[in-house]
Design a protein around this ligand. Structure first.
Ligand code: MTE
Ligand code: MO
Length: 397
């Protein structure tokens, strides 16, 4: 099989954004750190002060009132003023969990959406996604330290959201830090596996991915997994940060920059069912015969992938691809079998006698299926392009 040259890796240094070539994503179930996409809204901070490395995190709880706990070594809670309590702790002292989870930028596949009509944002191909093993403490355990029990959706003093504030500074926040929040109910649910992570694929996080500490919110768009974590706030309303209020929200195709009212839509959380072919470029020249079609499929909210369908006639007829998380072991989507926050890789060998369009669509465990066309889900920010992924194959003369 002869391939047209792959597109060059896209790199934007201000800020640093990068995605690997498609073929790198299907080379392994766990995406190596070097091939993991990088998405930044400001310069990557250098965190090397001793204080931060030893007491990894500060939790500010302005609306909580609890007795002051004092424990010398790795856990100390003290008051800075009447209204505020600060907890310093070393997250490495809590039980450590390894969670395999797919992180996907909401803007993944934006370039294809921008072909319908211009959208705003980084022009991603299909590789603003990766599957990592994240090591760290569960946020639910962290919050329990300050008296917020598991499975709580509201604190006595009215806290309903958990806000993550970063060390990095970005222009959208007028030079302030990147921030985002998730509902307290998700944060305190141990089964949601939200992590305060210090490891990626068994190694300490590197600078690009949030060293020394980041949040990982499995099954949710990447924007909520705040890197270079500085502090956590328990707040009554969701974070008022730019990326929660003026970005990463879904709108109808008829909303434009003149009539947009950001308050009419909620900050996006779970990502929808997604899949893409990674063994072929947008246009690939081949000889007539067998072609291996492989790629990834993932869904948000812990929903597994029940089926991956591939078509070699532009979507008229379909064959089912095999799915796996471990090579050679067919994936069955239930909690007992496999990683529920992680993608599946798929492959199927098909006969392609003539030039055609090869298409993939996935079905998740709630029977959600990807939309056929991108036009119907076009939105001005170019997020959540989960339309059927289509590639063209041309016969070599
Ligand atoms: N956290 C901070 N502090 N600053 C950022 O710019 N970008 C977010 C999120 N966390 C961002 C951040 C977005 S939009 C995505 S998709 C993921 O980080 C990307 O994580 P990665 O670079 O580790 O792949
Ligand atoms: Mo993102």
């Amino acid at each position: 099989m002869t391939r047209l040259p792959p597109p060059s890796v896209s790199l934007h240094y201000h800020p640093f954004n990068a995605e690997p070539p498609r073929s790198a994503l299907i080379a392994s179930y766990i995406t190596p750190v070097d091939f993991f996409y990088k998405r930044n809204h400001g310069p990557i901070p250098v965190v090397d002060d001793i204080e931060r490395l030893h007491s990894l995190i500060l939790v500010l709880l302005p609306c909580l009132h609890f007795d002051i706990v004092h424990c010398r070594n790795n856990l100390s809670v003290y008051s800075t003023n009447m209204a505020e309590q600060i907890l310093c702790f070393d997250s490495r002292m809590l039980p450590k969990y390894n969670v395999t989870a797919t992180l996907q930028c909401a803007g993944n596949r934006r370039t294809a959406m921008s072909k319908v009509k211009t959208v705003k944002g980084v022009g991603w191909d299909v590789s603003a996604i990766g599957n990592g093993v994240w090591g760290g403490a569960k946020l639910a355990d962290v919050l329990e330290l300050v008296g917020i029990s598991k499975l709580t959706s509201s604190t006595k003093s009215g806290g309903k959201h958990v806000e993550f504030v970063s060390i990095d500074k970005c222009k959208e926040e007028n030079g302030g830090p990147y921030k985002a929040s998730i509902p307290l109910s998700r944060a305190t649910n141990p089964d949601a596996d939200v992590l305060v992570a210090y490891e990626m694929n068994g190694e300490p996080l590197n600078r690009d991915h949030g060293y020394p500490l980041r949040v990982v919110v499995p099954g949710v768009i990447g924007a909520r997994s705040v890197k270079w974590l500085d502090c956590i706030n328990i707040i009554a309303e969701e974070s008022q940060g730019f990326f929660m209020q003026k970005d990463y929200k879904m709108f109808s195709p008829s909303v434009n920059w003149d009539n947009i009212d950001w308050s009419t839509s909620r900050p996006q959380m779970d990502f929808p069912v997604q899949s893409a072919i990674c063994s072929l470029e947008d246009v690939t020249a081949i000889k007539p015969g067998k072609v291996k079609v492989s790629g990834y499929a993932a869904s948000g909210g812990g929903r597994g992938i029940d089926r991956v369908d591939v078509s070699v006639d532009g979507g008229k007829t379909w064959v089912e691809a095999s799915r796996y998380q471990k090579p050679g072991v067919h994936y069955i989507s239930d909690d007992m079998n496999g990683d529920k926050w992680a993608w599946v890789l798929f492959d199927v060998t098909v006969d392609v006698p003539r030039s055609t369009e090869i298409v993939v669509k996935a079905v998740d465990s709630a029977a959600n299926v990807q939309p056929e066309n991108v036009q119907e889900i076009w939105n001005l920010r170019g997020i959540l392009n989960t339309s059927w992924h289509r590639v063209q194959v041309r016969m070599l003369e």
